[in-house]
Design a protein around this ligand. Structure first.
Ligand code: ADP
Ligand code: MG
Length: 242
């Protein structure tokens, strides 16, 4: 079944003629694409294909050499508050004695009620663990806390860079089901880099295939055929449908 983007008439992210260079190295060139509000989009591509660079460009963290990116029709700088980010690696001192709720307090925007912390921890099934130390969490639990942090101030767009595969605590919503739920409930636009093609095929409304250029963009069910996978990753990768 094809999943369609809700609110497809509203453009959340518009990338126009984007080229990003690191010195003379061209990491991305000539990227044009639009992402509709409420869409769950995955970015795939081989290592070094510019996935993180594209995500960071959409967050205003990598500067275009050419071209521009608009968020809801405005510059990124005017829209920073509408963006939430779960980075690929979150490095911290595991011996530092900070609880989950204390950690989230640091990310609470001025004027936002503290009750938001419980509200968002509930959404990620972590509210009963809010007094646990951050350094004592499993990888899956830390990832949930990082999602709670990313959605704390009610962003309209959530960016995730290769969240580790759905290792999860039994009985709870799987990590991707959680993203799917947030996408459904809040109509939050999700842009997620992933290597798990089966996950992309199951959850994403749209897939962006990158190899320093835009190789394809569309419905994963029709685009991710054997030929495309071979073109991006070589011959050894197969898609296992859930
Ligand atoms: P991906 O996330 O798809 O693996 P990246 O966007 O991280 O790819 O990187 C794309 C290319 O740009 C790689 O060849 C990488 O080495 C290079 N690159 C990324 N960040 C920098 C940087 N800050 N300085 C120089 N080169 C970089
Ligand atoms: Mg990357």
């Amino acid at each position: 079944m094809t999943r369609t983007c809700p609110h497809s008439e509203i453009i959340a992210i518009k990338v126009s003629d984007l080229t990003v260079r690191y010195d003379s190295f061209v990491a991305l060139s000539g990227i044009n694409l639009e992402i509709s509000k409420g869409c769950f989009v995955s970015i795939i591509g081989p290592n070094g294909s510019g996935k993180t660079t594209l995500l960071r460009s959409m967050l205003g963290l990598a500067n275009p050499s050419i071209g521009k990116i608009e968020i809801f029709g405005k510059s990124i700088w005017d829209q920073k508050k509408t963006l939430g980010y779960v980075p690929q690696r979150f490095i911290f001192d595991k011996t530092f004695p900070i609880t989950i709720d204390e950690f989230l307090k640091f990310s609470l925007r001025k004027g936002t009620p503290v009750s938001k912390i419980d509200e968002k921890l509930k959404e990620v099934d972590m509210v009963d663990k809010k007094k646990k130390l951050l350094g004592h969490l499993s990888g899956g639990q830390l990832q949930r806390v990082l999602i709670a942090r990313a959605i704390l101030n009610d962003p309209q767009i959530l960016f995730l860079d290769e969240p580790a595969s759905g290792i999860d605590i039994g009985g709870e919503k799987s990590f991707y089901d959680l993203l799917d739920y947030l996408n459904e409930k809040y109509k939050i636009t999700i842009v997620m880099i992933s290597h798990e093609l089966d996950v992309v095929a199951k959850y994403a409304h749209r897939v962006i295939c990158l190899d320093r250029k835009l190789v394809c963009y569309g419905d994963p069910k029709t685009i991710l055929d054997a030929e495309m996978v071979k073109r991006l990753y070589g011959e050894d990768v197969a898609i296992h449908q859930h």
